[in-house]
Design a binder for this molecule. Sequence first.
Ligand SMILES: Nc1ncnc2c1ncn2[C@@H]1O[C@H](COP(=O)(O)OP(=O)(O)O)[C@@H](O)[C@H]1O
Ligand SMILES: [Mg+2]
Length: 360
Amino acid sequence: MAGVQIDSLDIVFGNVTVLKDLSLSVAEGEFLVLLGPSGCGKSTLLHTLAGFNEVSTGRIRIGERDVTWDDPKDRGIGMVFQSYALYPTMNVERNMSFGLRVAGLPREEIDKRVARAAQMLHLTELLKRRPSQLSGGQRQRVAIGRALVRDAQVYLFDEPLSNLDAKLRAELRRELKQLHLQLGTTMVYVTHDQVEAMTLASRIAVMQGGRIRQIDTPQRVYAEPVDMFVAGFLGAPSMNFVEGRLQREADRLWFVAPALRADVSSYRFATPPAEGAAVVLGARPEHVALSGDDAAAAGRARVTLVEPMGSNQVIWLDASGTPIALERTAGEAPAVGEQLGFALRPQGLSLFDAKTQMRL
Ligand SMILES: Nc1ncnc2c1ncn2[C@@H]1O[C@H](COP(=O)(O)OP(=O)(O)O)[C@@H](O)[C@H]1O
Ligand SMILES: [Mg+2]
């Protein structure tokens, strides 16, 4: 088992710099998730860790070893890709043991490792089957097993669940988390799916345009996003953004916009804003509530749509032209077209600089 240390990494393809001065430290035993939109450089970072890309600038260490120039096979990593890429003519057992046989490991050792991985991944009964006789989820478990038998120091996963349907994806996601609890091995996991990131990660690194915007626990990234990109990327429906100004009145500080007013006196500023500066208020849908009490309401709005979600419902509002999503426990829903007051929970609010889009 080992941690990973990346220092000032640049990855250049032709004349395009895909990763820019990227540094990242993954603790031993951590489940780090790289999260970001398509094209932000997640796979490039993972492939570079695995040794498939030439490094222009920077260093990579796995454990105590500098592996920047090492061959992929010498890095002590196991990798699982998005497509299972199993050998169709080999059964599960031979698919899983292929790499070990090529490496010339003794037969006994191979059998031991395959049996252990098969047990962890619930594949023992399926060892003699061919890939065509397996479901998508089972195939992906074989692909994971193929990586596990390597007894790697670090496991790398590149969107391993994205080819599966929703139910299987959730199932295998839980199995992966269980596997990590069992093994305790360092894992770096790439996804563009924020639910996977939130549920699996010990820390999430949110990437955009070849850089890491924020790296922190799922709770912190969700509750205290460093900028509007991170704020908008996590959470569904997305965080509501309202542009306005800060105004001091007596001993209170107010956020004021045509759509709403909110008392932000208790807000913990990381950077105090200039008086009267343009700011953006961010409120997650679960921090907006309907309010029958006009004195406590942040504003009034018209109901434009109700989306029942089983245990929850999302109510879409139009507050003087500003769309606002509100999430609450399912129950009686207001009628479309109804005018209602809404309130904001002060603890859940974020404030951003309207120009730099950075958290205040
Ligand atoms: N071998 C390559 N040659 C040129 N450009 C590449 C290569 N691989 C990736 N890129 C570019 O690098 C950027 C990041 O790609 P990638 O790491 O695959 O993103 P992600 O995995 O986050 O979707 C994209 O703009 C992609 O087009
Ligand atoms: Mg990718």
